[in-house]
Write a new protein. Structure first.
Length: 87
């Protein structure tokens, strides 16, 4: 498992390079890309950017296929039309 606990809270293994703090924006990010390396890189970037910025960045600019589930803000999910499960 890729997490650690501090003061009774669980944090993921990704750190935001801008702040040095653990990323907390997304509970889950699933996306497709031509290679595993690209998928990992884009998923990591999405987790760091957070829900709103990822939807804007990857959805319109790259036509990326993804599903994003935020940690907070209720049950809002972003699924691109190109994602295989929506076809």
């Amino acid at each position: 498992e890729n997490f650690f606990e501090a003061d009774g809270r669980r944090f993921g293994h990704l750190l935001d390079p801008r702040t040095g703090q653990p990323v907390q924006g997304l509970a889950a990010c699933t996306l497709t890309a031509p290679t595993c390396l690209e998928s990992d890189a884009y998923a990591t970037a999405a987790c760091i950017l957070g829900f709103e910025k990822s939807v804007k960045q990857f959805g319109s600019r790259y036509g990326m296929r993804f599903v994003l589930l935020p940690n907070e803000g209720g049950m809002k999910v972003a699924i691109t039309k190109q994602f295989p499960a929506t076809q």
